[in-house]
Design a protein around this ligand. Sequence first.
Ligand code: ADP
Length: 543
Amino acid sequence: MTIPGLMQDNELMISSLIRYAAEYHGAMEIVTRTVEGPIHRYTYAEAEKRAKKVSNILINRFDIKQGDRVGTLAWTTYRHFELFYGVSGMGAVLHTTNPRLFDEQITYIINHAEDRILFIDLDFVPLVEKLLPELGAIEQFIVLTDREHMPETTLPDVLCYEELLVAEPSDYDWPIFDERSASSLCYTSGTTGNPKGVLYSHRSTIIHALSAAQNSAYGLSIYDTIMPIAPMYHANAWGLPYVAAMLGAKLVLPGPRMDGENIQGLIEDEGVTFSCAVPTVFSMLFQYLEDSGKKVDALKRTMIGGSAVPKAMTEKFLETYGVSVLQLWGMTETSPLGVVACATPEVDALPAAKRQEVMDKQGRVQFGLEIKVLDDTGVPVARDGVAFGDLWVRGPWVTASYYRSEGGKVLDPDGWFPTGDVVTIDQYGYMKITDRSKDVIKSGGEWISSIDIENLAVGHPKVLQAGVVGIFHPKWEERPILVIKPAPGQTPTPKEILDFLKGKIAKWWMPDAVFIVDEMPLTATGKIKKIALREQYKDCLRD
Ligand code: ADP
């Protein structure tokens, strides 16, 4: 029989992060490219004061209770950062909505969450005006700006964030409550069915942040200057607003502009050492750097995830800009840290080419997260880097079910979550994604990895983006086709691209057709929208 331990049993509270940062790193800066345009800078101490004002506003002005949902349609800025702490800190639930979703998805999400208040960045006021007739439960709209920039709007009784803050006291004692209480809510884009809400808790958020900060994960410390380009509405900017406060590290928030000029400027002016985004954002940065001849000398490491990192991107970062790339695999459902491609002594000791092959994979698990890879019959696949199967995950920062039971029961009887990704795992513990299960291409009974072909294709200097999808084929069931968005000013031919792939992939993996397009359809989180490609080209291989 066990006996109870005799240690203190403090609740893990999100507010403790900002309290710590304000008390011990109070002078450390948070720098923002504002929606209004100029750079704004202040400190963790000031951020905490304003976050407390946010809590006071919610309680005193709007009678928000613990557990109520408070929505945002906002960029990555200091005001949004204040809401991260002010809303969750008092016990309400911060619901960040991705403004790039379709209108119907945005209204669905906001109504499903039953947000009582909506904080809106200036850019999104017209969007909310348009959606207004559908937005049932919202009692109050608040624009995240000052009086001077308040827009003319048809929104009823709209209030100005800065005016509200001025009127409110900044003394507030962060309450302590059950760490398992909900803290924030983020919907996945729901490529099939309705978007589903992932409801994080204070406990899951803190444990995720502790794990993410580790050397074997994001590898951050107070000596880093951290710039999340991954937006605050995409899995909480990958946890970085929490991790940065936990470390007391300088935080740089790029606001509404993810363009190369803004990103490069912030990196150099603010000494950003670490940044993170999906691959498409860094493609834009490369383009800007090439056109302008500018540098990103301050930057030491980038963490890239959300979709597979092309080998060509890793090489260019390292060889041209001296920046090392850390690949992350994750999902909204995993907060998002899943696996990270960190080195180990064993892998470092491999011959260079073999080491690189391993490091180009999605990565290995952190302590705290478990993964298993099962074949079609439910048997674990061999850890040989060849056998593939469905990836399942389990851990204290993985979702147990979706908000309001959307999608029903999601875990298996042992508590494992099905990721929908098809992967291999090698002898060193590194996982490689071959596809999302719904994107897998099955040709003549054999599987083809769309991700591998895409990765190779973007290695061609004339290619900016590449999407591979399986299209119905009368004989082979499905065959891959390749859709290319050229690099600016380039006009690659399908033949050039196919010649480039020759010899690098099995013959029967070679795409049956290559299409060159001006615009690649992208999802709200910046990934290639394969559904749209499949729909557009669905008949292209029929006789
Ligand atoms: P959304 O699809 O709405 O953007 P998520 O960000 O939760 O939602 O997407 C998670 C999915 O993104 C994963 O299941 C996986 O298919 C894909 N993904 C994430 N990181 C990587 C990566 N490094 N390589 C390949 N695919 C990735």
